[in-house]
Design a binder for this molecule. Structure first.
Ligand code: PMP
Length: 387
């Protein structure tokens, strides 16, 4: 009967748990992570069951939102930037030196948390159209936050330029020390993924994966992971997932940031026009260029697809993520369908939906409204925008 079958299933799962736990083995001297910096990296790589079942592929997600300082892959980058600056003698721990950065949020949050742990001040410049949760969180971490109007990169008030200028003003006084973190250009960014995310994926998959799919903001993740994995796995397909309005899709496909088929004069868009935060950009950055030649293909994802996927992941799997993670999952599915069943595809879950409640998630719509959503429904949400 059903009661005894539940009981026997519970026994099986308890047995499973016991065999996995170390409770019965001899106790070893524990090694504790040193502070929040010690909780960065070694994130789980888990199978997204609904997407794997629906595609016949193994779709694996690197749970980067579980990084323990600022809860995104940017923890790795922030730590790498700070360590490098300390090694170069530009920062001294517990000195009150100031770190300046232009960020849409994640890098700022990671920097602000690690700054607290290391005794630095964080000064963050970010566009004022990003979800308020991120600037609120920065303030709670004690960072100085300057919210600026979104502006093209040629404008000195654009968030990255503003941060660079603030750092220059600060360090013009010989009594004050600090750095501009410079996530878009610094080599410390892609190297953090070359030294961490890439090797972790390689080991967690036993060196067997067919595709790596992720979006790019700075490009640090895709370049660092591609530079680690490609020489070891020459058949690996590295695919960029790109939100609507971003020029990176064209950069991968045609080598230029605009679609060469578009008419002269309508080619360049100054702003990336999407509800997605953290990925998509219309300019060339050192971190994207560091790995661009290793990127085999690009997939465009519309806002509608991203929202449909975000809802799907909650409804089918209980996975609550932000907009860039949803874009990555749509692209992973598209790559799975292109490659056919039996392939193993790795993507990145960058941050939690908690950071996107007021903007992206406010548009996603109610959960549980339609319980018969299919993968086609998710993918067809795109045809409205991008085809
Ligand atoms: N997702 C989120 C939420 C981000 O903030 C960022 C970085 N801006 C990315 C993805 C993209 O990572 P990368 O900068 O390494 O390309």
């Amino acid at each position: 009967d059903s009661v005894s079958s539940i009981a026997s299933r519970q026994r099986v799962s308890m047995k499973d748990n016991t065999s996995r736990s170390t409770a019965t083995t001899a106790l070893q001297e524990p090694i504790f992570p040193e502070g929040i910096e010690g909780c960065i990296g070694n994130t789980p790589l888990f199978k997204i069951k609904s997407l794997s079942d629906a595609t016949g592929c193994e779709i694996l997600a690197k749970a980067e939102f579980l990084n323990g300082a600022g809860n995104s892959p940017k923890d790795r980058v922030a730590l790498s930037i700070i360590n490098m600056a300390e090694d170069d003698g530009l920062l001294t721990p517990h000195s009150g030196d100031t770190i300046y950065e232009g960020t849409v949020g994640s890098t700022g949050i990671s920097l602000a948390a690690i700054c607290r742990a290391r005794g630095y001040l964080a000064h963050i410049c970010m566009p004022d159209d990003q979800a308020k949760e991120k600037s609120d969180l920065l303030e709670k971490l004690g960072a100085e936050v300057e919210r600026v109007r979104p502006a093209p990169i040629v404008d000195q008030n654009q968030f990255v330029n503003r941060a660079r200028n603030r750092a220059a003003e600060h360090t013009a006084d010989p009594n004050r020390r600090g750095i501009f973190a410079d996530q878009f250009e610094t080599q410390a960014n892609w190297q953090a993924h070359f030294n961490g995310t890439g090797p972790e994926i390689y080991h967690q998959t036993g060196g067997r994966l067919d595709a790596f799919v992720t979006g790019a903001g700075t490009g640090g993740t895709i370049s660092g992971v591609a530079r680690f994995l490609k020489p070891r796995l020459p058949k690996l397909r590295v695919v960029l997932s790109d939100p609507q309005g971003s020029g990176l899709f064209n950069r991968v496909k045609y080598g230029v940031m605009f679609d060469p088929k578009e008419k002269e004069g309508t080619r360049r868009r100054q702003q990336v026009d999407t509800v997605v935060e953290g990925i998509g950009i219309n300019r060339v950055t050192s971190n994207f260029e560091a790995g661009r030649e290793l990127i085999d293909d690009a997939v465009r994802v519309s806002d509608e697809q991203a929202m449909a996927m975000a809802r799907w992941l909650v409804e089918k799997d209980g996975i609550f993520v932000g907009s860039s993670s949803a874009v990555n999952c749509v692209a992973a599915v598209k790559v799975a369908l292109q490659m056919g069943p039996g392939h193993r595809i790795v993507t990145i879950l960058c941050d939690s939906g908690m950071r996107h409640l007021s903007k992206f998630w406010a548009q996603v719509g109610p959960i549980g409204g339609k319980d018969d959503v299919t993968l086609d429904d998710v993918l067809n949400a795109a045809t409205k925008q991008n085809g």
